[in-house]
Design a protein around this ligand. Structure first.
Ligand code: CA
Length: 227
């Protein structure tokens, strides 16, 4: 899980980043609104933790701009005041949840877990798109139409998880390389191609009508066609 933390107060940012890394999240930190917006626009993060009062543009503007670009990464807002007004403005701007400073770290972690679950998993713990579903505990891919299933390798699973979480969006080869392998290089681009072809073979194997469509020079997208 990759988190983006946008917080201008240095000590707060460092303490939070350290806490989150201890919980095995990958964390990038931005210290102002504009660099935060630029980072979040890359759409590589599973969650954005966003302070409201920031230099450059504030948290409300940042999340509004993300949503306008149809980037749906869950946003947890950190509001300084306990005022109801800030909370309402935050949620109206497109934030998914908020936490009032000061907060207990346990509460922050619980909110993050809830957002992650809400974003990519349905109530029964599966991730689904079209006629396919991923079973999280056992890393298997199921075709809900044919009832057939197949085991996935870790990379195949993460590729499908990322594609499903971003359904309706095109993901670039670079985004997949960074997200799944953690690097963005020619070698990783080859890995992306190789693992996408493994994953496509498994989709075909279980008789799924969901496919990974390649859009030349742009990227990849999940498609489902019932015909
Ligand atoms: Ca601040």
């Amino acid at each position: 899980m990759k988190l983006l933390l946008v917080e201008d107060e240095k000590r707060m940012a460092q303490a939070l980043a350290e806490l989150l890394r201890l919980e095995n999240y990958e964390v990038d930190v931005c210290r102002d609104g504009l660099s935060g917006l630029e980072a979040a626009t890359g759409n590589l993060y599973d969650i954005v933790i966003l302070d409201v009062m920031l230099p450059g543009i504030d948290g409300f503007e940042l999340v509004k701009s993300l949503r306008k670009q149809n980037i749906r990464t869950p946003v947890l807002m950190l509001t300084a005041k306990s005022g109801l007004e800030d909370t309402v403005t935050g949620l109206d701007s497109g934030a998914d949840d908020y936490l009032t400073k000061p907060f207990l770290t346990e509460e922050l972690l619980a909110r993050l877990r809830a957002l992650i679950r809400r974003n990519i998993h349905s109530d029964d713990g599966t991730l689904s798109f079209g006629d396919i579903a991923l079973e999280t505990g056992v890393s298997s891919l199921i075709c809900t139409a044919t009832g057939q299933s197949v085991r996935l390798s870790e990379k195949e699973y993460r590729i499908l998880e990322y594609l499903i979480a971003n359904q309706g969006r095109i993901l670039t080869r670079e985004q997949l390389a960074v997200k799944i392998w953690g690097f963005d290089s020619d070698a990783e681009y080859n890995n992306v191609e190789v693992y996408l072809s493994f994953t496509r073979r498994k989709l075909a194997f279980i008789g799924a009508k969901t496919t990974i469509k390649a859009l030349r020079g742009i990227g990849y997208e999940l498609r489902y066609s019932d015909v």
